[in-house]
Each structure stands twice: as structure tokens, then as C-alpha cells.
Design a protein around this ligand. Structure first.
Ligand code: PEP
Ligand code: MN
Length: 359
């Protein structure tokens, strides 16, 4: 297994009980803004403060971060509130400046994770230190790139490495700023069972009102912690203002979270799971039967020189099955996804028949 000895965040006084909370503004803007936000968060029991000092912006012209000056403010946060501090690093100079200033957790932003050259530069700069590094997923939905970035940090001798799920970019307008694609962090957990995974509901949702439901969803899916953007005056924030909440609103959101932590499986649950296993087997058998018929159709099309793809028929299948699924209480979108996947495999098998590779 890759990343075998990976370890969770270990900071004295920070409980490993779910959820571990990291909170603070998108960007450090002024000393007053940083201190006011930090004091308020600390008084609500938050132990780890986040603030971006260097901000990677999609387009030039936005606020690109206050720079090293802000590191002094983070030092003040540490000494006056006792909180640990975290900031984003994207190159060697950032790593050196942040570590010199005593920053406790370095995080790597989504745009940086997508670039192996930048990650390697960070890994080389960090080598030989006992840093804690959190790696955000890359902007594109590529699990290997995400794991690869963590491996580069790991190969530099760093063991305290965690992952942050902040959603994935998609073209066009959507409910979310970055699509959650939950199956990707879930697959990360399956591949690396002992990795600590944080959810960043602020960057996934892009809107204040989505912070609470996304945080709850992350907890229900077994995430270890949350990294949330919180600002003393969100409407006046210099970056990401529509997704930041005040420390008091954050406190309210956290108090409302329901943490379900019973992992023991009761006898009833195991009976239900047996049923699911049986049904999955039936599903596989049925799918296999369907593929067999589909291959026979392929044979027929071959003998009659017909093309594999017949859009009218496919359209018909989609419409009738989606309608039936909806009548049964399933979502039409879900049924469409299932049918598209089945159809893709069917077409693949028919093409194999056409090319004489299978019978
Ligand atoms: C941030 O945390 O403020 C940030 C820039 O996030 P991301 O890298 O996820 O876009
Ligand atoms: Mn931000």
C-alpha cells in the first residue's frame, strides 16, 4: 500500500475526536481583521486557525495575498490566543518563510496540487523538517494526481499528511462552486484507509448557506474534520466573500452538526447487509444476461450490415426506464447514469462481436 506510515495531525491539546475543526478567513487582510477573527474563533473553542498569506488567483487583478507581513500576524494569533496556525504554500520561498514564522500546518492549494513540478519543489523545501502538511485535491477530478502529490511529500520524509476535499472545477453554472464528486474522496479512503480527510465546505459550496448542509454530509460520510472559511466581517472580505461565515455563525453550524459514530454492526444490520449482498449478486447476473442478449443483437447486426448505434432505440430505452424509475421513487438522473453506463458496455461488447473478437 502506498503512504503506508501516514499519520494524522498530532498537535498537543487538539483532540482527534471527529470533527477536527480548522477555521479562519480565506485571506489575512489586515492585522485587525486577523486578530478580531482569531479571538472570536478561539473564544468559541476553535484550536486551529487558517488564513491565506499568498493567494493563487484564477485571474490577475484580485487580491493576491498580503505576503510575509501577514506571517507576523499569525505569530500574534499563536501567542495571544494559543491557537495553532495554518497557511497555504505554493513554492520553496513560501515554505521557508512559513516554517521560519512557526506556522504549524502547511496546506497545498488545489491549483498547486495539479502541478507536479510545484509539488516537488515544496517537497524538496520541506525535507528534513517535522512539518504537518494538508494536501487539497487538484482542481480536476484526478485521484492519482492527488495521491501522487501526497506521495511526493511522503517521500521527502514527512509523515503527518492529511487530505482536504474541496470539490472539483466544472465548466458552466452549477449549484456548487466546485462539484463535490464524493466518490473520489471515498475512493481515496478505500485506497488509503488510515488517511485523515478534511472537507472544505466553503470552497465546495461557494455560498454561505451551503456550509451547514455540506458539513453535515461530510460528517455522515465519515470525514475526520472540516476546514471552514470564517471572517469577522464576511461582506467586506477581500476574497471569497460570499462563502465566508462569521465565527458566531460557524459556532452555530458546528453545534447543530450530528455526529454518528457507532461503528459496531448489530445483528439486524448484518442481516440487512446479507440481503444487499444477495441483491448485488442478482444484479450482476441480470446484467450479465442482458450483455449476452446484447451480443446476440450484435451478431444479428453484423450479419445484416447494420450499425451498432441506433439512437432512436437508445432514446426510447432512456425515456421508458427513467419514467419507470421515477414512478418507483428513484431519481431520474440516477437512472440515466446507470443506463448510460450499461449502454456504453453494451456498445463496447457489440463492437467486439463485429470485429470477431468475441462470440
Ligand atoms: C483557500 O483555501 O482559500 C483556497 C485558495 O482554496 P483552493 O486551493 O481549494 O481553491
Ligand atoms: Mn478561499
Amino acid at each position: 500500500m502506498t503512504l503506508e506510515d501516514i499519520k494524522p495531525i498530532e498537535l498537543e491539546g487538539v483532540s482527534s475526536k471527529r470533527p477536527i475543526i480548522i477555521a479562519g478567513p480565506c485571506s489575512a487582510e489586515t492585522e485587525e481583521q486577523v486578530m478580531a477573527t482569531a479571538r472570536n474563533l478561539a473564544s468559541n473553542g476553535i484550536k486551529i486557525f487558517r488564513a491565506g498569506i499568498w493567494k493563487p488567483r484564477t485571474k490577475p487583478g484580485g487580491f493576491e495575498g498580503i505576503g510575509v507581513e501577514g506571517l507576523e500576524w499569525l505569530k500574534r494569533v499563536k501567542s495571544e490566543t494559543g491557537m495553532y496556525v495554518a497557511t497555504e504554500v505554493a513554492n520553496k520561498a513560501h515554505v521557508e518563510a512559513a516554517l521560519n514564522a512557526g506556522v504549524d500546518i502547511l496546506w497545498i492549494g488545489a491549483r498547486t496540487t495539479a502541478n507536479p513540478f510545484a509539488i516537488q519543489e515544496i517537497a524538496d523545501a520541506i525535507k528534513g523538517t517535522d512539518s504537518t502538511v494538508l494536501v487539497k485535491n487538484p482542481v480536476n477530478p484526478d485521484l492519482e494526481l492527488w495521491i501522487g502529490a501526497m506521495e511526493r511529500i511522503y517521500n521527502a520524509g514527512i509523515r503527518h499528511i492529511g487530505a482536504i476535499h474541496r470539490g472539483f472545477s466544472a465548466y458552466g453554472k452549477h449549484l456548487y462552486r466546485n462539484l463535490p464528486q464524493w466518490h473520489i474522496p471515498i475512493e481515496l479512503r478505500r485506497r488509503i484507509p488510515n488517511i485523515q480527510i478534511f472537507c472544505d465546505p466553503s470552497h465546495i459550496g461557494g455560498k454561505r448557506e451551503l456550509v451547514a448542509p455540506l458539513s453535515q454530509q461530510a460528517m455522515d460520510m465519515g470525514f475526520d474534520g472540516l476546514i471552514v472559511e470564517s471572517h469577522c466581517d464576511p461582506d467586506c472580505a477581500w476574497s471569497d466573500k460570499s462563502q465566508q461565515v462569521t465565527p458566531d455563525v460557524l459556532n452555530f453550524i458546528l453545534n447543530m452538526l450530528v455526529i454518528r459514530d457507532t461503528t459496531q454492526s448489530t445483528e439486524n444490520l448484518s442481516l440487512l447487509r446479507q440481503q444487499i449482498d444477495g441483491i448485488d449478486n442478482e444484479l450482476l447476473e441480470t446484467l450479465n444476461k442482458r450483455m449476452r442478449v446484447s451480443r446476440e443483437i450484435g451478431q444479428y447486426k453484423k450479419e445484416h450490415s447494420m450499425p451498432v448505434l441506433q439512437t432512436g432505440r437508445y432514446d426510447d430505452i432512456l425515456k421508458t426506464r427513467i419514467k419507470a424509475a421515477e414512478e418507483m421513487g428513484m431519481s431520474g438522473e440516477f437512472m440515466k447514469t446507470v443506463l448510460q453506463a450499461i449502454h456504453e458496455e453494451s456498445v463496447r461488447q457489440q463492437i467486439e462481436v463485429l470485429n470477431n473478437r468475441i462470440k
